[in-house]
Design a protein around this ligand. Structure first.
Ligand code: TMP
Length: 243
C-alpha cells in the first residue's frame, strides 16, 4: 500500500504522516516513512539545491567543489521541475523496493505536489508536468492520498509559529527554517491550494480531503479511520488466540 500526504506549507501533514507510520508499526503493520523531495542521498542533495540554493552553493564553494562565488541566479520554473523530476526518479527506485518488500509506504508529498506547485502555481504546462511525472514514476501511483486543506494565511502563520518554537523539531531533515518556496507570495500559495483541490476533484476515489484547521488529535483519528478501513489484516492477527 502506497499512501501520500499532500497540502500547502504549514498544513501539518508531516506530523500526521509520522504519526500514522508510528501507529501502523505499533499495530504490527510494517510501515516506512519517506518524503519528497528526498528519500535518497542524491535526492536530499537536490532538495538542498532546490530549497536553499544560496546556502548549498556557499557550502560547495567552501569545499572547493565550485569555483565561482557569485550570487546565485534565480531558479527557473523548468529547472525546478527538472530537478524535482530527477529527485523523484531516484526515489521511486526505493519506493518500488519498499513496496516489493511488503512495506506500507507513507510518503510526505509525491507527484501531486508537482502538479500543484509547478503546474498550477508556476504555470508550467500540464502536458510537460504529466510527461515528466510518467517518466519519473514509471506509472507508480498512490493507492490513497490525503489532502490537508487549510486557508493559506493560516498555514503561513502556523509555519512561522512552529519555526519560532523549534525549527529542528519541525523540519525533520533540514535545518534551514524558511526556504525559497516558503518565501513565495500569498498568491502563489493560493494557486497551490486551488491546484490541489482541482487534482483531488479529478480523482475522488483516491483522495480524502481533510479540514486541516482541526486539532492534531482529531485529524490523526480521521486519518486512522480511513487507513485502518483499507488495511489488510496484520500477520499476527491471523494466529489463533490463547483465550
Ligand atoms: P516540505 O516542506 O513539505 O518538505 O516540501 C518542501 C517544499 O517543496 C514545499 O514548499 C513544496 C515544494 N515541492 C514542490 O514545489 N514540488 C514538488 O513536487 C515537491 C515534492 C515539493
Amino acid at each position: 500500500m502506497f499512501i501520500t500526504f499532500e497540502g500547502g506549507d504549514g498544513a501539518g501533514k508531516t506530523t500526521q504522516a509520522v504519526r500514522l507510520v508510528d501507529r501502523l508499526n505499533a499495530t504490527n503493520h510494517r510501515a516506512h516513512f519517506t518524503r519528497e523531495p528526498g528519500g535518497t542521498p542524491l535526492a536530499w542533495g537536490i532538495r538542498a539545491l532546490l530549497l536553499n540554493p544560496e546556502e548549498s552553493l556557499e557550502a560547495l564553494w567552501r569545499f572547493g567543489l565550485v569555483s565561482t562565488h557569485e550570487p546565485v541566479e534565480e531558479t527557473l520554473p523548468l529547472t525546478e521541475l527538472l530537478l524535482l523530476t530527477a529527485a523523484r526518479t531516484q526515489h521511486v527506485e526505493r519506493i518500488r523496493a519498499w513496496l516489493d518488500a511488503g512495506l506500507i509506504v507513507v510518503c510526505d508529498r509525491f507527484a501531486d505536489a508537482t502538479r500543484a506547485y509547478q503546474g498550477a502555481a508556476r504555470g508550467l504546462s500540464q502536458e510537460v508536468v504529466g510527461f515528466l511525472e510518467e517518466q519519473a514514476t514509471g506509472g507508480i501511483k498512490p493507492d490513497l492520498t490525503f489532502l490537508f486543506d487549510l486557508p493559506v494565511e493560516q498555514g503561513q502563520k502556523r509555519k512561522q509559529r512552529s519555526l519560532r518554537r523549534s525549527f529542528v523539531q519541525m523540519n525533520l531533515f533540514e535545518t534551514r527554517p524558511w526556504n525559497r518556496l516558503d518565501r513565495e507570495s500569498i498568491g502563489f500559495h493560493e494557486r497551490v491550494r486551488q491546484g490541489y483541490l482541482e487534482v483531488a476533484k479529478a480523482e475522488p476515489e483516491r483522495w480524502v480531503i481533510l479540514d486541516a484547521t482541526q486539532p492534531i488529535d482529531k485529524l490523526a483519528s480521521e486519518v486512522w479511520e480511513v487507513v485502518s478501513s483499507r488495511l489488510p489484516l496484520p500477520p499476527d492477527s491471523l494466529a489463533p488466540s490463547d483465550s
